[in-house]
Design a binder for this molecule. Structure first.
Ligand code: DOR
Ligand code: ZN
Ligand code: ZN
Length: 418
């Protein structure tokens, strides 16, 4: 693949037009000018089996690293009427997410190595983008499984009630789970954030605080960072863009915009933006938690979809002056890949996987229910304007999505570096 005239954000923060050569799914060269003849020679040299070379002229449009979403619930297996590995990955491809990390509250829950192996089989050859898995902590103590399990992002611990029955309450069991985990991701709200921090301090492991939503939680994270703990914070686009006033707009929104943690105040939105910009919060993760409209309307059901519009909404934030493109790339690609040690992901750099998103910043649009490809069939951002549009999504040098069309289910499991 040869990409010409791509607008990149360089390491020094400046923007410049560059050409990129991709060989065997990896970024082979980034320079001011790569000629077509030259690219053809390099691409076909040792690859006589190849019959074509993809050629894209971006004419100055942005090319950013594929988005790495460290927090999604793809519902496969067991809840595939809401979403599946395939439909969830389509939503990812459309939204510019090239790697997602799936949460364990499926049916059965991903709390044994056997279930994880089955899940690997279910996802294999079924997705448009790459993926990895979090392993779940079990209330009846699966710390031996946690000790032995290979190639996972983290141990996910639920410290509050949420979708699925995965809350761990017993302090001794929690302690063992933390002691066997290199990195723990927690669903922790309010005081539970303090509890997670003290467990991590005691066990000297790394802690990833999912979906921070309150100014007070950000304060706890800030203090723990100042202490020197290896601790990271995530924020969802919905906790940045939406608050209780959006939820309370009408009878439908009161039922749809319900999730754990719940939406907070406009002041909390502002505090979260500030923490995201000043480096206290490290990542944006969507907590993509699809449920059907009928399920949302019938009874209180926690969770909203996210992957399909997270990047385009964050571009809205960028257009409103809330963050720079450099910071957006850090929090949506680079940091999630770095924190969870995902091999070769998160940067446009020689040797890294050729995972890219081409953006049209001039094409802003109002998000509509009709466009949604996630199986849940709706979006919490309907009626809001994007800050741009994802034109093309590329995974390891293959176009998986372009102008509304889905191409190849080439997604595979990522590797986590030791
Ligand atoms: O609102 C939520 N929904 N919060 C969670 O923690 C889980 C998620 C789900 O799986 O539906
Ligand atoms: Zn959660
Ligand atoms: Zn979640």
């Amino acid at each position: 693949m040869l990409i010409k005239n791509a607008r990149l954000v360089l390491e020094n923060g400046e923007e410049a037009l560059r050409d990129i050569l991709v060989l065997e799914g990896k970024i082979a060269e980034i320079s001011q000018e790569i000629g077509i003849e030259d690219a053809i020679k390099k691409i076909f040299k040792d690859n006589t089996h190849l019959v074509r070379m993809d050629y894209l002229d971006l004419e100055g449009r942005y090319l950013i690293p594929g988005i790495v979403d460290p927090h999604v619930h793809m519902r496969d297996p067991g809840l595939t009427h809401k979403e599946s590995a395939t439909t969830g990955s389509m939503a990812c491809a459309k939204g510019g997410v090239t790697t997602f990390v799936d949460m364990p509250n499926t049916i059965p829950a991903t709390i044994t190595e056997e279930v994880l192996e089955d899940k690997r089989g279910i996802f294999k050859n079924k997705t448009y983008v790459d993926y990895g898995f979090h392993f779940g902590a079990a209330g009846d103590n699966n710390s031996q499984e946690i000790k032995n399990v290979k190639n996972i992002a983290s141990t996910k611990v639920f410290l509050n009630i949420s979708t699925g029955k995965m809350m761990v309450e017993n302090d001794e069991i929690l302690n063992e789970i933390f002691s066997e985990s290199k990195i723990v991701s927690v669903h922790a709200e309010e005081d539970m954030v303090k509890k997670a921090i003290s467990l991590s301090r005691k066990n000297k492991n790394e802690l990833y605080l999912c979906h921070l939503s309150l100014a007070e939680e950000v304060e706890d994270l800030k203090k723990a960072k100042a202490e020197g703990m290896k601790i990271y914070g995530e924020v969802t686009p919905h906790h940045l863009f939406l608050n209780t006033s959006h939820r309370d707009e009408n009878e439908e929104s009161k039922k749809l915009l319900i999730m754990k943690p719940e939406l907070k105040s406009g002041d909390d939105n502002e505090c979260l933006w500030e923490a995201l910009n000043n480096g206290i919060i490290d990542t944006v993760g969507t907590d993509h938690a699809p449920h059907l409209l009928s399920e949302k309307m019938e009874k209180t059901t926690f969770g909203i979809p996210g992957v399909e519009h997270s990047l385009e909404m964050m571009l809205r934030g960028l257009k409103e002056g809330k963050m720079s493109m450099k910071r957006l790339i850090e929090v949506m690609s680079e940091n999630p890949a770095k924190i969870f040690n995902i091999k070769n992901k998160g940067k446009i750099k020689v040797g890294y996987d050729a995972d890219f998103v081409e953006l049209d910043m001039d094409q802003e649009r109002i998000i509509e229910r009709e466009e949604v490809v996630s199986k849940c069939g709706w979006s919490p951002y309907e009626g809001l304007k994007t800050g741009g549009t994802v034109l093309t999504t590329i995974v390891r040098g293959e176009i998986v999505y372009k102008n509304g069309n889905f191409k190849n289910k080439i997604g595979r499991e990522v590797e986590f570096n030791g």
